[in-house]
Design a protein around this ligand. Structure first.
Ligand code: ABU
Length: 461
């Protein structure tokens, strides 16, 4: 039987093997799901495996696993690897805390309080509160449920009155907004998709008109969601202007900073979030631009009473010692909850604000470099000069979708495409600050070489 010391030693060997393979072969072998089921025996069986068979099977699974930390992975709004945060994440698994009580998690409850408090202060919520959630979608769901309860007093105790409710988010907002509206009884159809300007920022006049129309029609506006860092263009809605509209109509203002919240770490770029201190809530995913392992997401509230007022539950079998303040399970959506605070705190303590400022600066610098290179290249077309770190572009006369697929099949890079104004564009996310401008040059040269091998293609949809 494998004991924990052998298990950790095996894990370290396998992890180091995987990390070395990122250097030698930064893109995993391409396989369709059907081929992969032929290559790997993933079946669960009556009989177990001996140690060597088990290690070999794990090794094979790792060999086909996408290398999201390598320099050739540009596909997601996360990427790269932070060694300090990785160390803490490994330890978080070993110590196996659950974040509902001080009794079970001890200093980790205090650590979560510290990261939440510092994040609140970065936003401008001087006396705010918050909680770490398993991802931005759940953080948005939590915030929207709180906003809904605040919009209709009594709803938490006695349920929905039946008055139609509405939510306002830009047409570029994250899909978790409509998903949440469907889950919490607002209704997906009642999310008003406010149009954007060409750069992907919410049109504030259109927002104002939509709210006024809904109020005249007797509907109850629950929340405006300003997106800070849209998924495709990386655009920032004008939060200060939106805050004025929210104030005029008395509507909850939420900032979805899942992707772009980290610009608050940069003196040069935090202006993109000017006005956030006027919001009622803010979500921020450090697993994106701050590079801590997936997932790490904070839901933050300006008024520290809002979380408890809308979530608080007692359970005598669980909350037996210390004050409620030290038992976050009284006001989290989950009961059992992963310790996502430790990795963020460890990395932040180690790098300091200044380390994160450098990281964000580097991400923006890489994006500007890539945008300038693309603009100067006659074979490439820049979609829009990036507001942040997503660089969207096309290769003249070639299909963005085919280029992305071909790069993956030939195991050269992993990258995706997005749709901008009815046009498929390649989305280069400059998140991995271990990359250099030479890596960007290599990547663009590879894209051009692959595109040259492809037949003419369309990007209109
Ligand atoms: N949760 C962010 C959306 C995923 C991505 O575009 O990488």
């Amino acid at each position: 039987m494998l004991n924990i010391e052998e298990a950790l030693s095996d894990a370290a060997s396998l992890a180091l093997e995987f990390i070395r393979s990122e250097e030698e072969k930064p893109v995993a072998p391409y396989r369709t799901p059907e081929q992969l089921l032929g290559d790997l025996d993933l079946s669960l069986q009556e009989k177990g495996l001996d140690h060597d068979e088990f290690i070999q099977l794990i090794r094979e699974v790792l060999a086909f696993t996408p290398k999201t930390c390598s320099g050739c992975f540009y596909n997601q709004l996360f990427g790269g690897r932070d060694a300090v945060a990785t160390l803490a994440e490994i330890l978080a698994v070993v110590i196996n805390t659950s974040m509902y009580t001080f009794k079970a998690a001890g200093p980790h409850v205090l650590i979560e309080q510290e990261v939440v408090s510092r994040m609140c202060r970065k936003v401008g919520f001087e006396h705010g509160d918050g909680i770490l959630c398993p991802g931005g979608s759940i953080a948005n769901l939590l915030v929207m449920a709180v906003a809904r309860n605040e919009a209709e007093p009594g709803l938490r105790e006695t349920g929905h009155s039946g008055r139609p409710m509405t939510v306002y988010a830009s047409s570029e907002s994250h899909y978790s907004i409509t998903k949440s509206a469907g889950v919490i009884g607002i209704g997906r159809a009642n999310v008003r998709q406010i149009r954007t300007d060409p750069s992907g920022r919410m049109d504030v006049d259109a927002l104002n008109r939509a709210i006024a129309e809904d109020i005249s029609a007797g509907r109850l506006p629950v929340a405006i969601v300003a997106t800070a860092g849209t998924t495709v263009l990386g655009a920032f809605d004008p939060v200060a202007d939106i805050a004025e509209v929210a104030g005029e109509h008395g509507v909850w203002l939420h900032v979805d900073g899942a992707f772009g919240g980290s610009v608050l770490m940069s003196g040069e770029h935090r202006h993109l979030l000017a006005g956030s201190e006027k919001a009622d809530s803010f979500i921020w995913n450090p697993h994106k631009m701050m590079g801590v392992p997936v997932v790490c997401s904070a839901a933050l509230f300006r008024n520290r009473a809002h979380l408890s007022a809308n979530l608080y539950e007692q359970a005598e079998y669980l909350f037996q010692t210390e004050d409620d303040e030290l038992n976050p399970g009284t006001r989290s959506l989950q009961c059992g909850r992963r310790n996502d605070a430790f990795k963020l705190w460890a990395a932040w303590r180690y790098h300091g604000d200044e380390g994160y400022e450098r990281k964000v600066q580097k991400q923006f610098a890489l994006a500007r470099y890539a945008a300038d290179r693309i603009e100067a290249d006659g074979d490439l077309a820049l979609t829009f000069y990036p507001e942040s770190i997503n660089v969207c572009f096309e290769v003249a006369g070639k299909s963005s979708e085919q280029i992305c697929q071909s790069l993956r099949e030939r195991e050269l890079a992993v990258i995706g495409y997005g749709v901008v104004w009815g046009h498929r564009v390649i989305r280069l996310v400059c998140l991995n600050d271990a990359l250099s401008t030479a890596d960007i040059d290599d990547f663009l040269a590879t894209v051009k070489a692959i595109a040259a091998d492809l037949p003419p293609g369309e990007n209109d949809i």
